[in-house]
Design a protein around this ligand. Structure first.
Ligand code: MN
Length: 261
């Protein structure tokens, strides 16, 4: 019998979250699952790597580990130490409690964990479920399973991951999307503490996004599952040409022109 594909499962909501349990259950018979996840909530930690204190790993079951670090720590540590005998075939991050769309992917620990897999050279999927009244993990779990099977069969291009978002309620279908544009409203709430000093809470407002067809925000709001391929290379390729006019005067050889050296 051929070896089961090895799948590293992580998230940013913590190893005991409902979303990761739904994900593990959805994937349990299609791969050898290794759960390496933060020991608590790590949402919005982005791609943070812990460098200023030691990390501790707690074994919580067979091939199940809780780490007192970030999602990125979990992927790095998981691949280099816990799975050291054989590399994973895939990294799956989620299922996040809450959507990760548009510019929010930059804050997301869920998406960053998947990107860490990509940086280390493995295909990766990030999954998120929009939350609200009547939410269920059923559709996102079914999607997790099908995307995992698809990626194991087809692979992904270098430096690319799949970012999937599942709407509230039964999905109307699937849309391939690009990142949408979020508008931040009342992003920071100012209040007073009991001693009258000013305090601030980030993230107070409800998300509002631009109504742009074919973007993740828009299609998920219309009730579709959204799948966006994301690329690690953030270079603004379209602007490189225009930048050729950039000639800092303090440099003898602007733009790296060393032909006269
Ligand atoms: Mn989260």
């Amino acid at each position: 019998m051929p070896e089961m594909p090895r799948i590293l499962v992580t998230n940013d909501d913590g190893f005991s979250s409902q979303g990761i349990a739904a994900l593990m259950e959805a994937l349990e018979d299609i791969g050898e699952l290794w759960l390496v996840a933060p020991d608590g909530e790590q949402s919005a930690v982005s791609h943070a790597l812990t460098l200023d204190r030691p990390l501790r790993v707690r074994r919580v079951g067979e091939r199940r580990f809780a780490v007192n670090g970030t999602p990125t720590d979990c992927v790095t540590l998981g691949i280099s130490n816990l799975l050291s005998d054989r590399s994973p075939d895939l990294v799956v991050s989620g299922i996040n409690r809450g959507g990760n769309m548009g510019v929010d992917v930059h804050y997301s620990g869920t998406v960053s964990a998947a990107f860490e897999g990509v940086i280390l050279g493995y295909p990766a999927i990030a999954l998120s479920q929009v939350v609200g009244e009547g939410m269920s993990w059923d559709a996102s779990a079914a999607l997790a399973r099908e995307l995992t099977v698809w990626v194991l069969e087809h692979g992904l291009p270098k430096s690319t991951l799949l970012n999937a978002n599942v709407p509230l309620g039964p999905p109307r279908g699937l849309k391939l999307t690009r990142l949408g544009v979020r508008r931040y409203t009342e992003g920071v709430v100012e209040q007073r503490d009991p001693r009258g000093r000013r305090i601030y809470w980030i993230g107070g407002g409800e998300p509002v996004w631009e109504e742009i067809p074919d973007t993740d925000f828009h299609e998920v709001a219309q009730g579709f599952v959204s799948v966006t391929p994301l690329h690690l290379d953030m270079t603004g390729h379209h602007f490189l040409d225009e930048l050729k006019d950039l000639r800092p005067t303090f440099l003898d050889h602007p733009n790296g022109d060393r032909s006269t050296l």
